[in-house]
Design a protein around this ligand. Structure first.
Ligand SMILES: [Zn+2]
Ligand SMILES: [Zn+2]
Ligand SMILES: [Zn+2]
Length: 433
C-alpha cells in the first residue's frame, strides 16, 4: 500500500472522511467532482491512493467510525401532498393522485411535475425505468438516467421481451426494498461497474432464456430467475423442495449474505469465529451439493440450523443466517414505524415489547426477545386469516449464536449517509485502469 503522495489532492472532508479517486494512481483528484469517492478513514492516516473495495471501505469505517447511523426510512412514508400513508412502491397517490418519487438520500417522497422535482435546490428526475414501476429519483448530476438501484442491474431482459420485463418490475421492487434496508443498516455497497467484485444483479427469466437460470451469487453478481416472481412457479418450487418460506425478497436477502460475508469478515480472527460457528467454508461445495440433493438434511437439523438448506455448506449456513437477520430486523423496523407495542399483560412479560427502528446499540438478546413476541403475534394474525405463519421458523440456541455473530458484523461500524452516497456515486471507471 503506497503512502499518500504530498502532491495528492485527496481531500479531507472531516476528521475521518477523505475524498479520493477510486482508482487513483497518480493522486490526481477532481476535487469538486461529485463523482469522487468518499472513504472513511482515521484522522491521521489520511488515505493511501488505492482501489476502493467494499471490504476496504468497511475496514476503514471500522477503524474510524463514530458509529453514527446512516439515513433511515425511520418514519412512515407519506404522500407529499395529502400526507396519507403510501407503500414504498407507490407511483401515484391513490387519494389525491399526486405523482411522486422517492428521493433516496433523505428517504422521502416528493411530488413530481413534468418528470422532475426540486428538493433543497437540487433537481431530481424520474428514473428512466419508471414505466416499469421504478419510483426512485435520479439526482441532476448523476451520470445516467437510471437510478442507483436500476444501475446495479447488470443484465436484464431485452427491451422487446415485455413479458419478462413485467416480471422484472416485480423483482426490481423487491430489490429496491433490499437496497433500502442495506442502506439503513449502514452497509457498504460498491457498484459492480466501479469495482470488479462490487454488487450487481443479473435478472434473467428462465421462461425467456429457454434454459434454466440458476439463482446464486458469484464475485458480487447476484443472479435471480425472474420466473420466480410468478406465484405458481415459486409456490410449486417451494412445495417440491419442502420449504416453509420462499419469496423473491428472501432470495435477494440470502444472496446478499454471500456478498457481505466476504465484505464484512476482514481478518483471520473473524474468519476463525465464523468457521467455529458455521463450519469451514473451504470444504468442497460440489461435494456438499451432491450430498445434500442425494441424502437431504441430516436428522435433527433444527437443533443447529435455521433451515434445511443451511445444512448444505457453511457458505449457505451463513447466507441463510444473514437473510434471517435481515428478515428479523427489517420486520421489527416496520413494526416500529407502524407504532406497534405489545402490552406486558398480553405477553406475560414484565415490560411492554416495543420494537425499535434499529438495534445497532442493542445486544442480540434484545433483538430476539422482541422478535419472539412479535413473530408469535404475527403468526397468530396470519392464522386468524387462514394464512400460513409469517415466520415459520424456530431459532435454536446455536442459531442465536450465529445471529449474534451477524449482528456484531453488521452493527460494528455503520457507514454514514455521506459515506454511503459517495460509494453509490463513485464514477464508472474501467476496473483495470
Ligand atoms: Zn396524496
Ligand atoms: Zn430506477
Ligand atoms: Zn446460497
Amino acid at each position: 500500500m503506497a503512502p499518500v503522495a504530498r502532491s495528492c489532492s485527496c481531500r479531507v472532508v472531516n476528521p475521518r472522511v477523505v475524498i479520493v479517486r477510486p482508482f487513483c494512481v497518480t493522486g490526481i483528484l477532481r476535487l469538486a467532482s461529485p463523482w469522487s469517492i468518499v472513504v472513511p478513514t482515521r484522522p491521521a492516516a489520511r488515505i493511501a491512493c488505492r482501489r476502493v473495495t467494499p471490504g476496504r471501505a468497511w475496514d476503514a469505517a471500522r477503524r474510524g467510525s463514530t458509529g453514527r447511523y446512516g439515513c433511515c426510512v425511520s418514519s412512515t412514508p407519506r404522500c407529499p401532498s395529502c400526507r396519507r400513508f403510501v407503500y414504498l412502491d407507490t407511483l401515484v397517490c391513490p387519494d389525491c393522485t399526486t405523482e411522486m418519487g422517492l428521493e433516496v438520500i433523505e428517504r422521502r417522497f416528493v411530488g413530481i411535475r413534468d418528470g422532475r422535482a426540486v428538493v433543497d435546490g437540487v433537481t431530481w428526475y424520474t428514473c428512466s425505468e419508471r414505466r416499469w414501476g421504478c419510483n426512485w429519483l435520479v439526482r441532476e448530476d448523476a451520470p445516467a438516467g437510471r437510478c442507483f438501484s436500476c444501475r446495479l442491474t447488470r443484465t436484464r431482459p431485452p427491451a422487446d421481451d415485455t413479458i419478462a420485463l413485467e416480471k422484472l418490475a416485480t423483482t426490481e421492487e423487491a430489490k429496491r426494498r433490499l437496497l433500502l434496508q442495506l442502506g439503513d443498516l449502514g452497509l457498504p455497497i460498491v457498484p459492480w461497474d466501479v469495482w470488479p467484485g462490487g454488487l450487481g444483479f443479473d435478472l434473467l427469466s428462465s421462461r425467456s432464456e429457454g434454459r434454466r437460470v440458476i439463482i446464486g451469487h458469484a464475485n458480487g453478481i447476484i443472479t435471480i430467475d425472474l420466473a420466480e416472481s410468478l406465484d405458481d412457479v415459486r409456490e410449486a418450487l417451494r412445495v417440491r423442495l419442502g420449504e416453509p418460506y420462499r419469496t423473491v425478497l428472501g432470495h435477494l436477502r440470502h444472496e446478499s449474505g454471500h456478498y457481505f460475508q466476504n465484505v464484512l469478515i476482514r481478518d483471520d480472527t473473524a474468519w476463525a469465529q465464523c468457521r467455529d460457528l458455521f463450519g469451514d467454508e473451504r470444504a468442497s461445495y460440489q461435494d456438499a451439493l451432491t450430498r445434500h440433493y442425494e441424502t437431504g438434511a441430516p436428522a435433527g437439523w433444527q437443533d443447529s440450523f435455521i433451515s434445511e438448506y443451511a445444512t448444505m455448506h457453511p457458505w449457505e449456513d451463513f447466507a441463510e443466517t444473514f437473510a434471517h437477520y435481515l428478515h428479523i430486523v427489517g420486520t421489527l423496523k416496520t413494526a416500529a414505524a407502524i407504532g406497534m407495542r405489545l402490552d406486558a399483560s398480553a405477553t406475560r412479560r414484565d415490560v411492554d415489547v416495543v420494537p425499535e427502528d434499529h438495534y445497532d446499540d442493542q445486544p442480540i438478546g434484545r433483538v430476539l426477545s422482541d422478535w419472539e413476541a412479535l413473530s408469535q403475534g404475527f403468526n397468530r394474525i396470519n392464522r386468524s386469516m387462514g394464512l400460513a405463519d409469517l415466520y415459520p421458523f424456530t431459532i435454536s440456541p446455536p442459531v442465536r449464536r450465529k445471529l449474534a455473530f451477524v449482528h456484531e458484523l453488521v452493527t460494528r461500524a455503520p457507514l454514514t449517509t455521506d459515506e454511503q452516497v459517495a460509494l453509490a456515486l463513485a464514477p464508472r471507471e474501467r476496473a483495470d485502469d
